[in-house]
Write a protein that binds this ligand. Structure first.
Ligand SMILES: *Cc1c(COP(=O)(O)O)cnc(C)c1O
Length: 380
């Protein structure tokens, strides 16, 4: 990523910078990878719902995966066609379901039997038939942080394999829903592809089992979760889509006419974003130096919430002698820290730092903690 430093100098900080060139390159590579295959990508809006990014993603031809009625609304307001919208989530309220029904979205990814019944009832009241895919919890350990693993039995997401037959039977019985597919999402920030290989094996077994029962889902949706390189964002500015899709190409035995859906979030938008923050003070501790910056955990919560580390760069001083700093925010919480012992070209008051790979789960997870305003946005 090359920072437009003159433009950034003029911005109020903190601000999210989005490199639209990099986003477009990413989208082109992604499109090339799935061309000619029965593969469809729905971008997971929860990673970043900024209209500027949504517009690029829509223009590249992708659909969206939403996990709330408000995300469905955001997608519709930004021009996504309803037939390209899928809606997942364990706690869809009547209001959210009704909104999605009114807008004739493509499919509900259903996570429980009571939800299935409610969707059918609400659809009946409108004289509609809702398409549903059943989210299956395949009990696969994605070996990622415990807050972002989603595919284990003790997890709140989806329906366990032993209960699936009953739920599918019920879906086929109900008049106001049509069973169209099975849905999975095993976790996020997966850099080891072996859980996806295991997922393919599970799906192959499941498709065989369903076939024996005379059921052929037209859609298999394997969710998202492809990880990105937080350590070396410039060496891997586009996620390894080829490797990811390769697993499914090699290992998943799709039946004639079956479509494979993906819901990628982070891997599409993370690297095109950086949180730009200005150094307010450089404070000398006893054994440490602190670079106190004007961005905090209210702007980017991943370090505080998941012990995540984002690469930090001094973009005002790129070539000076390096020193070690703890880069900390202004918020009254010890977890408001972006990095300890960061080796940076010497930092002074007023320098701009870039906190990298912040395009996913950054701006969208911001809060107003400490009554702070939301960070601005600069996209180019
Ligand atoms: C969060 C989520 C995704 C996207 O996950 P990423 O790790 O950002 O790719 C996809 N599907 C569902 C159902 C999700 O909840």
């Amino acid at each position: 990523m090359i920072f437009p430093i003159d433009d950034l100098q003029k911005q109020d900080t903190p601000c999210y910078y989005y490199d639209l060139g990099l986003l477009r390159r990413t989208l082109t590579i992604l499109n090339n990878e799935i061309e000619g295959l029965p593969y469809h990508v729905h971008y997971a809006v929860k990673a970043n719902a900024n209209p500027i990014l949504l517009t690029e993603i829509k223009n590249a031809g992708f659909g969206v995966d939403c996990v709330s009625g408000w995300e469905v609304q955001r997608a519709i307001e930004n021009g996504f066609a309803p037939e390209k919208i899928v809606f997942a989530g364990v706690g869809k309220t009547d209001k959210e379901i009704n909104y999605a029904l009114d807008n004739d979205i493509f499919c509900f990814n259903v996570e429980s039997l009571p939800e299935l019944e409610v969707i059918s009832d609400l659809a009946a009241k409108k004289g509609k038939v809702a398409k549903v895919a059943i989210r299956v919890n395949p009990n696969i350990d994605a070996h990622t942080h415990k807050y972002i693993t989603t595919g284990l039995n003790e997890n709140k997401f989806g329906i366990t394999l032993d209960m699936l037959d009953d739920v599918i039977d019920r879906a086929m019985e109900l008049q106001n829903v049509t069973f169209v597919g099975i849905h999975f999402h095993i976790g996020s920030q997966l850099t080891d592809m072996s859980p996806y290989a295991m997922l393919c094996d599970t799906i192959n077994d499941l498709l065989r089992h369903l076939e024996e029962r005379g059921i052929k889902p037209s859609i298999v949706n394997v969710g998202g979760g492809l990880g990105i390189d937080y350590v070396n964002p410039d060496e891997h500015e586009v996620a390894d889509f080829a490797n990811f899709f390769g697993i499914f190409k090699q290992r998943l035995l799709l039946r004639e006419g079956q479509q494979l859906h993906f819901e990628l979030g982070r891997s599409i938008v993370a690297q095109c974003g950086a949180l730009i923050t200005r150094v307010t003070y450089v404070k000398e501790g006893k054994a440490k130096k602190f670079a106190i910056v004007d961005a905090g955990m209210s702007d980017l919560i991943r370090p505080a919430l998941y012990q995540a580390h984002h690469k930090i760069q001094n973009i005002s001083n790129v070539s000076g002698d390096c020193e070690k700093y703890d880069v900390v925010g202004p918020i009254c919480e010890s977890s408001d820290c972006f990095g300890e012992d960061e080796l940076l070209p010497s930092v002074k008051r007023g320098d701009l730092l870039a906190i990298r790979s912040a395009g996913a789960y950054g701006e969208i997870m911001a809060s107003r903690y400490n009554c702070r305003p939301f960070a601005g946005v600069f996209a180019k």
